[in-house]
Design a protein around this ligand. Structure first.
Ligand code: FE2
Ligand code: FE2
Length: 198
């Protein structure tokens, strides 16, 4: 077993503990965040395999922890649940918009700060910070890979439901990493198969 593979297994074992548990603020059951994180890790890796093999391991790690900021925010979301729901309905906004509006920052920014505290490489923390808006990453390939993987996993319905129906791929994201709709569908099918087999 290669070192990187062993590293991935160790990272996943730690991440599984951290990312499992009910999240009443976001309305996730105990496995939802873990399943989503696993799917995004797998999808990011698959895109990197096609586009830039040097970034496979970074892509996997980034996918696994990209939404870790939600764990920190969940308690605050719960405290403001009714106001957040009203804001999202009335203003037709996403949960991400609500995080920025109510707390001044979103879960991607928090996750990126957590990466810094953990001494995770800057390349990964940057991609995580920009995972919903890769255009602010100064053309960082990993940010685009992560964003596209997050979109594919979310559209595949893995882990989350409701609020993510509004998830939008940033215009130009697919062009940036040179993936077409057919490839998106192929990757989504493979991810669904892989998740089914887990
Ligand atoms: Fe996210
Ligand atoms: Fe996500």
């Amino acid at each position: 077993m290669g070192y990187q593979t062993l590293g991935e297994i160790v990272t996943m074992a730690g991440a599984a503990d951290m990312l499992s548990g009910n999240m009443p603020g976001y309305g996730y059951d105990s496995q939802a965040l873990w399943q989503h994180s696993l799917a995004v890790a797998f999808t990011s890796k698959m895109i990197a395999e096609r586009k830039n093999k040097d970034r496979i391991h970074e892509a996997h790690t980034a996918g696994l922890i990209h939404d870790v900021g939600k764990i920190i925010l969940d308690r605050h979301v719960l405290e403001n649940k009714d106001r957040i729901s009203a804001y999202m309905i009335q203003e037709e906004k996403t949960f991400l918009d609500a995080e920025r509006c109510f707390f001044g920052f979103d879960h991607a920014e928090i996750a990126s700060e957590i990466c810094r505290t953990w001494n995770i490489p800057e390349t990964i923390s940057l991609a995580i910070r920009c995972h919903h808006r890769p255009s602010i990453s100064n053309a960082d390939e990993l940010a685009y890979i992560l964003h596209t993987a997050d979109y594919i996993a979310t559209m595949g319905g893995i882990g989350y439901d409701d609020d993510d129906a509004l998830y939008e791929l940033e215009p130009g994201a697919l062009d940036f990493i040179e993936i077409d709709q057919q490839e998106v569908s192929d990757i989504m099918l493979k991810v669904l198969e892989a998740v089914d087999n887990l």
